[in-house]
Design a binder for this molecule. Structure first.
Ligand code: D6G
Length: 745
């Protein structure tokens, strides 16, 4: 019997990475050893695996630097329209492998590391995930940065450099326990701190009315320190920048009039200011309404807009002549894309800059603002919509509140002129919601302040247009006369560059990460693991069926799980999932989908043919009809003996014998107030699963091939090309960056 191949040999055989030049290999080895010595200050006797990872990361990073500097120089020379993607989340995952692939270095690194007696995959596994996101919204932002660079767009990602990203999930006795994600503990070789570009961000204070107009005074200042991460395109020499802001207290923080003499306390209090960028809120699709979160949202927006305006002013089209400041060309040179309402304050902040600092009149400032900003809506679930209490703005952002009031007044004047006497319409369309407390509806602010609004899947765009309160704006021709606001720009999916593994396993798509404190989600995880305990120890099925909860789901785990999956469960009640992102990733990687006609499943079925997916359950119209007629869970419980048995078992403690009442909240929710109406889809789901069973291994692989072949639409490159043309008005690859070391034009 021949010796099994090592991982390195297998990778060489697959040879998907091309042939490494000997010169490249020798250069990488040399650079690796140099970094181990000079950067890590270690020799091979004492170096740890992490030292080797860092030495390799620095080696690969060196290959980015020339291209990065050159790309940025080109942007100043050619002055293309710059695209700014503002997001409170960038779920980047790991960087090393992606960088090697995009620079065409993977084969050479693999060989060099092998010759050094080390293993590339082992080193790759040491890298911490940059977990600066909760899920789909943050991963979307990460994929978009990738695609914008690959398509040669002059793009920037702007966000927050959270010191702690999404928590690490541990499962203890079947329960979720959160641990802090100290991802920067060992340093981050991919980022470059830029203290020289630090900017002030103001909070609190009051508005003073002067002869030159309103002035925001007596504010507290926090500094925003940028950290730049390179974003390489795929083999095109483009390296864009993701700029993440970190909060720093000014050196005189708390040392002025209030704290004279209490130097130690003042230094300790610096933490209060620096807490702004301390931690990512682990809320996916949920609005918590905390003041610290509002500070985060303004912090990123205020720093980013100063940066954008500084670049515009230094551009050819901007205002190099400080006397004849012209912002006419601003929307032709600057696009700002708002990833959900989280950075919505960009709208009043741009207005404030143009009105109070640049001294433009309202009409001009408003025209520039709306032509510059575009908004992507991510959900129609009411609990996720950001509605900030007015009192928080009064205290934290008093000038912005005035501007929002003015935007609202002008907006309602237009509505009133169009629909005289329709006070109910005025109430519905207002940016300010009456009530106790009064609130600002950030989605309304975004729709009114943007030239384009899109959902993340076609069905979602349609739902945003037709059922949400936003309907009032977007269906009104008068309000969309400038630009067609709602466009059907669909979501993306990242192509994970992983070879399909020949493993056949059914991954139960229940990779939940419950936000801490979110009681029901935690209970569901506990139920899941409890069912696993019973099933996995069952004498009959225990060896044939395993229920496994994959702990700490994250980008790097998804890269392994998704290509290994056979069946992808996308089973949201129709109309509730905006798009989904896992659905497309599974499809691209050869899993078949069992799902409802919801989110991107609709377009997946359209591309592959509905017969090649396993579609079941209510359609949006059925759900709407049921909403009108009323949903009664007991009807299904009484009519379907199998369902009744499942619920009775959960209620009676079959899965929690020591604590029979443990899951009573879940049962109560399902029986009495389940707004997702899951029992209504139960029967269809079970019979569809039977179809899945019949087909498994018979005509399965043929369907897999059809699905993969039909999945091209769900590449983020396709989505970004559409955003570029339809929202930002730019052509992909307008700017071509020459290879490094080539003489400049
Ligand atoms: C990145 C790359 C670096 C560049 C810097 C500032 O760190 O080469 O000089 O960004 O770029 P601007 O923010 O001035 O465009």
């Amino acid at each position: 019997m021949s010796k099994p191949l090592t991982d390195h040999e297998k990778r060489k055989q697959i040879s998907v990475r091309g042939i490494a030049g000997l010169g490249d290999v020798a250069e990488i080895k040399k650079s690796f050893n140099r970094h181990l010595h000079f950067t890590l200050v270690k020799d091979r006797n004492v170096a740890t695996p992490r030292d080797y990872y860092f030495a390799l990361a620095h080696t690969v990073r060196d290959h980015l630097v020339g291209r990065w500097i050159r790309t940025q120089q080109y942007y100043y020379e050619k002055d293309p329209k710059r695209i700014h993607y503002l997001s409170l989340e960038f779920y980047m995952g790991r960087t090393l492998q992606n960088t090697m692939i995009n620079l065409g270095l993977q084969n050479a690194c693999d060989e060099a590391i092998y010759q050094l007696g080390l293993d590339l995959e082992e080193l790759e596994d040491i890298e911490e995930d940059a977990g600066l996101g909760n899920g789909g919204l943050g991963r979307l932002a990460a994929c978009f940065l990738d695609s914008m660079a690959s398509l040669g767009l002059a793009a920037y990602g702007y966000g927050i450099r959270y010191e702690f990203g999404i928590f690490n999930q541990k499962i203890t006795n079947g329960w979720q326990v959160e641990e802090a994600d100290d991802w920067l503990r060992y340093g981050n070789p991919w980022e470059k701190a830029r203290p020289e570009y630090m900017l002030p961000v103001h909070f609190y204070g009051r508005v003073e009315h002067t002869n030159e107009g309103p002035k925001w005074v007596d504010t507290q200042v926090v500094l925003a320190m940028p950290y730049d991460t390179p974003v390489p395109g795929y083999k095109n020499n483009t390296v864009n920048t993701m700029r993440l802001w970190s909060a720093k207290a000014p050196n005189d923080f708390n040392l002025q009039e209030f704290n004279v003499g209490d130097y130690i306390q003042a230094v300790l209090d610096r933490n209060l200011a620096e807490n702004i960028s301390r931690v990512l809120y682990p809320n996916d699709n949920f609005f918590e309404g905390k003041e610290l979160r509002l500070k985060q949202e303004y912090f990123v927006v205020a720093a980013t807009l100063q940066d954008i305006m500084r670049r515009f002013k230094s551009s050819k089209f901007g205002c190099r002549d400080p006397v004849r400041t012209s912002f006419e060309a601003f929307p032709e040179k600057v696009a700002i894309q708002l990833n959900d309402t989280h950075p919505a304050l960009a709208i009043p902040e741009l207005m404030r800059n143009l009105l109070d600092i640049e001294q433009l009149d309202w009409e001009k400032a408003w025209e520039i603002t709306t032509k510059t900003c575009a908004y992507t809506n991510h959900t129609v679930l009411p609990e996720a919509l950001e509605r900030w209490p007015i009192y928080m703005f009064e205290k934290l952002l008093p000038r912005h509140l005035q501007i929002i009031y003015e935007i609202n007044q002008r907006h309602l004047d237009r509505v009133a002129a169009l629909y005289p006497g329709d006070s109910d319409r005025l109430r519905r369309m207002s940016l300010i919601e009456e009530g106790n407390p009064k609130r600002i509806n950030m989605a309304h602010l975004c729709v009114v302040g943007s030239h384009a609004v899109n959902g993340v899947a076609r069905i979602h765009s349609d739902i945003v247009k037709t059922t949400v309160k936003l309907l009032d704006f977007v269906n009104d021709e008068m309000f969309i006369r400038d630009v067609a606001k709602v466009k059907q720009v669909y979501i993306y999916v990242v192509v994970f560059l992983k070879v399909l593994k020949g493993i056949f396993c059914v991954v139960l798509h229940c990779l939940l990460q419950a936000a801490p404190g979110y009681h029901m989600a935690k209970m569901i995880i506990k139920l899941f693991t409890s069912v696993g305990e019973v099933v996995n120890h069952d004498p009959v099925v225990g060896d044939r069926l395993k229920v496994i909860f994959l702990e700490n789901y994250r980008v790097s785990l998804a890269e392994k799980v998704i290509p290994a999956a056979d069946l992808s469960e996308q089973i949201s009640t129709a109309g509730t999932e905006a798009s989904g992102t896992g659905n497309m990733k599974f499809m691209l990687n050869g899993a078949l989908t069992i799902g409802t006609m919801d989110g991107a499943n609709v377009e997946m079925a359209e591309e592959a043919g509905e017969e090649h997916l396993f579609i079941f359950g209510m359609r949006v119209e059925d759900v709407e009809a049921m909403d009108k007629a009323g949903y009664n869970a007991s009807e299904y419980y009484e009519r379907l003996p199998e369902l009744k048995q499942v619920i009775d078992q959960i209620s009676a403690g079959f899965f929690s014998p020591k604590e029979p009442e443990l899951f009573k909240d879940i049962v109560n929710m399902l029986m009495n107030h389940d707004r997702f109406k899951v029992f209504a889809d139960y029967e269809a789901y079970i019979s569809c699963q039977e179809k899945v069973n019949e087909l498994y291994r018979v005509k399965w692989t043929r369907k897999v091939i059809r699905n993969i072949a039909a999945s091209g639409k769900f590449s983020s490159d396709r989505t970004i090309a559409e955003y570029a043309r339809e929202i930002w008005g730019v052509e992909p690859s307008d700017v071509k960056i020459p290879p490094p070391n080539e003489p400049r034009e």
